[in-house]
Design a protein around this ligand. Structure first.
Ligand SMILES: N[C@@H](CCC(=O)N[C@@H](CS)C(=O)NCC(=O)O)C(=O)O
Length: 933
C-alpha cells in the first residue's frame, strides 16, 4: 500500500526525511564534530607541549568556535647570584622551552610571577611563551660576563633610532663574533618596551667566576709602607645586616663580628678591593683575597659614604674617578656616566702655577715667569754706606767734644741708631708683608695649568714626601687612593671637600685668597685630589663617541626590557619592526594576545635628561612656583577692594585695570589706552605693580595688567619680546604715548614717575641730588640685591644639587647687602632716599619685592632690624600692599611661609628647617664669616 498524499511520484514524506533530511542533518553535525575533534587534538597537543616545557598553565576551550584559551604566568627574571649560585649562573638551563618566544629559557633565572598572559589560539603551534621582564643592565652584565661581545654598530643604531631599530639588529654576539646572541625582536605588546631575543650555546661561555665581572673594578691595596697607616685610620666595617641585604643575600660574603674588626682593618687594608659600579654609582665594594680564582670568599665593605645622594658630591666624585680609573684597565664598558660638569671641569686649566709654587709643590724654575722680581742688593748697600758715613761723622764730631758732652752725645747717637735700626726692621717687615701680599695676588693671577700638568708635579712632590711610593704612575696612585677612599670615610671627605672647592673656583671667577688659604692648610689632600682629576681628564676624551657611550645611553633609556620574543621570521633585516609577518603563527587572533603593534608615540621623552640618574634635571619652574592662572589672578584681584573699585571703573572707562580673563596665557597686548603692565608674582614684578597702585591712589591713574606666567614661557613669545627684548617681566607699554614699551624695573620706575608723578610724590626732581641718590639705590638693587638673592634662592631652594659653595656664597653676599641696607636705614632714617628721614619713593619700591621673601632663600630678615621696621612701614601703605598682590601674593614671601608654619603645616616647617640647616652647614663648610660691607 502506498502511503497517502503524493502517491503519484511514489515518494512518501518519510522518504523525504530519509533521503534529504538525514544527509542534511549529518552534514550539519559534521563540522561540529570536526571542530570538536580538532580542538581536542590541539588542546592535548598544547598540554603535551606545556608539560614538556615544564609549564603550568590553565587551558579552556570553546569547541564550537574552535578557540583554546591558555593562561600562562608572566615573569620578571634576574640572573642568579654570580658568587653564591655559581652552578646556575654559569650553566645553561637543562630544559629550555621549545615553545616559540621562549628563547629566554636558555638560561637559568630567578623568576618572579608578575602577571598572567592569556592567549587565544586555534592551533597548538600558535602557542607562544610570554616574554619576560628583565633589567636591561642586569641582562647585559650577565651576557658580558659569560663572554658575549657587544656590537658597536647595533648599540649605535639602537641609541639613535630607538624602537625603530630594524628587527634582527645584533647588540651582542658570541665571543667569536660569528653568531648573534642578543637581537632586537618584534614587540609582543605595543607598550613601548624594547623587545629582545636571546640565543646562547654552552660552548660560547668563555669566562668564569675567576674573571672580574663586568662593571667591576679592582683597586690595588696600597704598597706595604702605607698599608698599616691606612689600616689604622680606616673604618673597614664589614657587612652589617643592612648592607648585606643591599648586596643581595650574600651567603658567601662573610659576616664578621665587631670584635674582629680591628684585625680585619689591618688585613683588609692590604687586600685588593673590587668595586661594583652601576649607573647609580658605587654599588658594592668587596675586600678580596689575593685572587678570585682561589677563593670566592669576599668581605663586603661599608660604602655608605661613597653612595650617590642628592646634594652630596662624594659619591659622584668617587664613581667618576673609579670609572675613569677602570675604563682603560679592566674594561671598556661603563654604565656610570661621569657628569658633564665634572668632565668640563677636569678638562679646564684652572690651577694658577704660581699658587703651586707658593704651596711648595712646584719649583719656581719650572713655571713661566709670573712674579715681580725684586733686587734689594744695591739699596741695602747704599743704606749701609749712608749709615756708616753718618756714624763716622758723628764719632768724629764727638771726638771734638768735652768728655761730658761726648758721653752724652754718644749715648744719644746710640739711642738714635737703635731707633733707626728698629724703624728699619719695621719697614723691612712691612715691605716683606706687602711683597708677600703682592706675590700672592700675582700667584693667583699666574698662568693656569690643567689637571694633568698639576698632577704630574703633585705626584713627584707627594713621592718626595713619601706620601706616595716611588715608581707609581698617576694612574697607579689613583688606584691606591680610591682603595683608601673606600676604607677611610674621613679621608674621602677631605679629598672631596677640596675637589668641591676647586670646582667652585674653576666655575666662579677663578681662585681666590680664601681658596689659597684652604689649600695651604690641606696641601697633601689637594695634591692627591689633583691625581683624581687628572685621571678623569684622561677619560673624558677617550669615552666620547665610543661603544661605551652608546651602551650607557641605551641602558639609561630602557631600564627594563622584554626578553624572549618570537624568533625572527626570515625577512630582510632592514624591515621595520612594526611590519607584522604574514605568517599564520603571527596573525592577530585574540585581542589580548597578538595584535598589530601601533606606531609609538614620538620617542623624544626617552632622550630627555630626566632619565639620567647622574644629573637630576632642574625642576621646571612650574613645579616650584605655584602656577597662577589668569582666572586665579582674577579671583584674587576681585576679592580685593581697591581692585574691585578699579574693575567697576572698567564699565565706564576704556582705560581699565583688566584681568586677563581669556583662557590660557596672554597672547598679546589687550589695552588700547593708558599703561599696560605685563607682570608676574615675583620680586621684580612687584616693583612695577607697587608703583602703579601708588600712582593710582595718588593721582587716579588707571592701568591694565596681564599676568604673564613665566613658568609657561609666555615671556619668550615674540609678542612679549617685542615689548621686553630680554624676555623677562616686568614690562610696561604706554598706549597713550604711541604704545611706547619699557622693560627693566629701574627704567620702568623712572619712566612712570617721569610721566605720571608730576608732584614727585614717589620720585625726585631730575636735577636734584636726591634723584641721584634714589638712582644709586635702585642700581644697587639691580646689580646687587636682586641677582644675589635670586641666585641664593636658586641654589638653596630650586637647584637639584645642593652645592654648598654656591649656597654660602650667594646667601652670604645677599646678607652682606641686607647689612648695607640696614646701615642705610639706621640712625632714624625711614626710607632709602630723600632728605632727613627720607621719603617713600621708587628707591624703596625697587627693593621691596626682594625684601618681601628672603626667608625662602635661607636669609634671616630679622637679623636686620632696620630693614624689618622699614619693610613694615612700607607695607602698611594700602596701595603698596595691593601692589604686592598683583597678580597674586607670593607663596614664597616671609609672611606666607610664617603663616604656614604658624598653622602647623608640616611640609612648610620641615622645608624651612631644612633650608636653615642647609645654609648653616654650607657656611660652616667654607668657614663663612658675616661681614658688611
Ligand atoms: N633686571 C630685571 C630683572 C627681571 C627678571 O629677572 N625677571 C624675572 C622674574 S623676577 C623673569 O622674568 N624671569 C623669567 C625668565 O627668566 O625667563 C628687572 O629688574 O626688571
Amino acid at each position: 500500500m502506498s502511503s497517502g498524499g503524493g502517491g503519484d511520484d511514489g515518494r512518501s514524506p518519510t522518504d523525504i526525511i530519509t533521503y534529504i533530511g538525514v544527509p542534511l542533518a549529518v552534514l550539519g553535525v559534521l563540522p561540529i564534530l570536526y571542530n570538536t575533534f580538532l580542538t581536542l587534538v590541539n588542546v592535548s597537543k598544547i598540554k603535551r607541549i606545556l608539560r614538556h616545557s615544564r609549564l603550568t598553565a590553565l587551558t579552556r576551550s570553546d569547541i564550537v568556535n574552535r578557540v583554546i584559551e591558555i593562561e600562562l604566568p608572566r615573569y620578571a627574571v634576574t640572573p642568579w647570584d654570580r658568587f653564591q649560585h655559581q652552578s646556575e649562573y654559569w650553566s645553561l638551563s637543562r630544559s629550555p622551552s621549545s615553545i616559540p618566544g621562549g628563547s629566554w629559557t636558555t638560561f637559568n633565572w630567578r623568576t618572579n610571577v608578575i602577571g598572567i598572559k592569556t592567549q587565544r589560539v586555534e592551533y597548538a603551534d600558535q602557542l607562544r611563551q610570554p616574554q619576560v621582564d628583565v633589567a636591561f643592565d642586569e641582562l647585559i652584565s650577565y651576557l658580558l660576563d659569560l663572554g658575549a661581545v657587544p656590537q658597536p654598530q647595533g648599540w649605535k643604531l639602537l641609541r639613535s633610532t630607538g624602537l625603530w631599530t630594524p628587527l634582527g639588529t645584533a647588540l651582542m654576539t658570541s665571543p667569536d663574533g660569528r653568531e648573534k646572541a642578543l637581537t632586537v625582536a618584534p614587540l609582543d605588546d605595543s607598550d613601548g618596551n624594547l623587545s629582545l631575543a636571546v640565543s646562547w650555546s654552552s660552548n660560547w661561555t668563555t669566562r668564569d667566576h675567576s674573571n672580574l665581572p663586568p662593571y667591576w673594578v679592582r683597586l690595588p691595596p696600597p704598597l706595604d709602607r702605607k698599608a698599616e697607616e691606612v689600616a689604622e685610620s680606616s673604618n673597614p666595617v664589614v657587612s652589617t645586616p643592612e648592607n648585606e641585604s643591599a648586596n643581595g643575600d650574600g651567603a658567601s660574603i662573610a659576616k664578621k663580628s665587631i670584635g674582629s674588626v680591628e684585625q680585619e682593618g689591618q688585613a683588609i687594608a692590604k687586600r685588593p678591593i673590587t668595586c661594583h659600579v652601576s649607573v647609580e654609582g658605587l654599588v658594592t665594594a668587596l675586600a678580596q683575597d689575593d685572587d678570585l680564582q682561589s677563593t670566592p670568599q669576599l668581605d663586603s665593605l661599608y660604602v655608605e659614604h661613597l653612595k650617590i645622594r642628592r646634594g652630596e658630591m662624594q659619591g659622584v666624585w668617587f664613581a667618576s674617578a673609579i670609572t675613569a680609573f677602570g675604563t682603560t684597565s679592566q674594561t671598556i664598558l661603563w654604565n656610570y656616566k661621569i657628569p658633564d660638569d665634572l668632565l668640563t671641569f677636569a678638562r679646564k686649566e684652572t690651577v694658577p702655577c704660581g699658587v703651586l709654587v707658593l704651596l711648595g709643590i712646584v719649583d719656581e724654575a719650572d713655571t713661566p715667569q709670573w712674579a715681580t722680581k725684586y733686587d734689594d742688593h744695591g739699596a741695602n748697600l747704599d743704606r749701609f754706606a749712608r749709615r756708616s758715613r753718618a756714624t763716622q761723622a758723628a764719632v768724629a764730631a764727638e771726638a771734638r767734644m768735652t768728655p761730658a758732652e761726648r758721653a752724652h752725645a754718644s749715648m744719644e747717637r746710640m739711642r738714635r741708631e737703635n731707633e733707626d735700626r728698629l724703624q728699619e726692621m719695621r719697614d723691612q717687615t712691612r715691605l716683606t708683608n706687602q711683597r708677600r701680599e703682592v706675590r700672592q695676588t700675582e700667584a693667583l693671577n699666574s698662568p693656569k695649568w690643567d689637571a694633568k700638568m698639576v698632577a704630574r708635579h703633585s705626584l713627584s712632590w707627594l713621592q718626595g714626601r713619601a706620601e706616595v711610593p716611588e715608581g707609581l704612575t698617576v694612574k697607579d696612585a689613583v688606584g691606591e687612593l680610591l682603595h683608601r677612599m673606600v676604607l677611610d670615610g674621613q679621608f674621602t671627605t677631605s679629598i672631596c671637600r677640596l675637589l668641591g672647592l676647586w670646582k667652585g673656583w674653576a666655575e666662579i671667577g677663578g681662585m681666590k685668597k680664601a681658596d689659597f688659604r684652604a689649600l695651604q692648610d690641606e696641601t697633601v689632600p689637594f695634591a692627591l685630589a689633583t691625581l683624581l682629576v687628572a685621571v678623569i681628564n684622561d677619560t673624558s676624551t677617550a669615552l666620547e663617541g665610543t661603544l661605551s657611550t652608546d651602551l650607557q645611553d641605551c641602558l639609561r633609556m630602557w631600564k627594563r626590557v622584554r626578553l624572549g620574543s618570537l624568533e625572527l621570521p626570515r625577512r630582510s633585516a632592514s624591515s621595520s619592526r612594526f611590519e607584522i609577518p604574514q605568517s599564520r603563527f603571527q596573525r592577530p587572533i585574540g585581542s589580548r594576545t597578538f595584535h598589530t603593534p601601533k606606531p609609538l608615540a614620538p620617542l623624544t621623552p626617552r632622550y630627555s635628561s630626566a632619565d639620567s640618574p647622574a644629573r637630576p634635571p632642574v625642576p621646571p619652574l612650574s613645579s616650584v612656583i605655584a602656577p597662577i592662572t589668569r582666572q586665579q589672578s582674577s579671583a584674587t584681584n576681585n576679592s580685593n577692594n581697591t581692585t574691585n573699585t578699579t574693575n567697576t571703573t572698567t564699565s565706564t572707562s576704556t582705560n581699565t585695570t583688566v584681568n586677563a580673563m581669556a583662557e590660557g596665557e596672554p597672547t598679546g597686548l589687550i589695552a588700547t589706552k593708558g599703561i599696560e603692565l605685563l607682570t608676574f608674582s615675583t620680586p621684580n614684578g612687584y616693583k612695577a605693580s607697587v608703583l602703579l597702585e601708588e600712582l593710582k591712589e595718588a593721582y587716579g591713574l588707571d592701568y591694565t595688567w596681564q599676568s604673564v606666567n613665566i613658568t609657561k614661557g609666555t615671556q619668550k613669545q615674540a609678542w612679549f619680546t617685542a615689548v621686553s627684548p630680554n624676555g623677562r617681566i616686568p614690562a610696561v607699554v604706554d598706549h597713550d604715548r604711541g604704545g611706547f614699551p619699557v622693560f627693566e624695573g629701574l627704567a620702568i620706575l623712572h619712566y612712570l614717575t617721569k610721566h605720571y608723578d608730576p608732584e614727585h610724590r614717589f620720585s625726585f626732581p631730575y636735577d636734584s641730588d636726591d634723584y641721584s641718590v634714589a638712582e644709586q639705590w635702585m642700581a644697587w638693587q639691580h646689580g646687587g640685591l636682586g641677582p644675589m638673592q635670586g641666585q641664593a634662592g636658586i641654589f638653596v631652594r630650586f637647584a637639584p644639587e645642593k652645592i654648598s659653595y654656591g649656597i654660602q656664597r650667594y646667601v652670604g653676599e645677599a646678607e652682606r647687602l641686607y647689612g648695607i641696607l640696614d646701615a642705610r636705614l639706621s640712625g632714624g632714617r625711614d626710607y632709602v632716599a630723600g632728605a632727613g628721614r627720607g621719603k617713600y619713593s621708587i628707591a624703596d619700591m625697587a627693593i621691596l619685592g626682594w625684601a618681601n621673601g628672603p626667608r625662602a632663600a635661607g636669609i634671616d630678615r630679622a637679623r636686620f632690624p632696620n630693614v624689618e621696621a622699614w619693610f613694615r612701614r612700607c607695607t602698611s601703605r594700602p596701595a603698596t600692599k595691593r601692589g604686592l598682590e598683583i597678580p597674586v601674593a607670593s607663596a614664597f614671601s616671609n609672611a606666607a611661609i610664617e603663616q604656614k608654619i604658624a598653622e602647623g603645616d608640616k611640609e612648610a616647617i620641615d622645608k624651612d628647617e631644612a633650608t636653615r640647616k642647609l645654609v648653616e652647614d654650607a657656611k660652616k663648610q667654607y668657614n663663612y664669616q658675616y661681614k658688611s660691607p
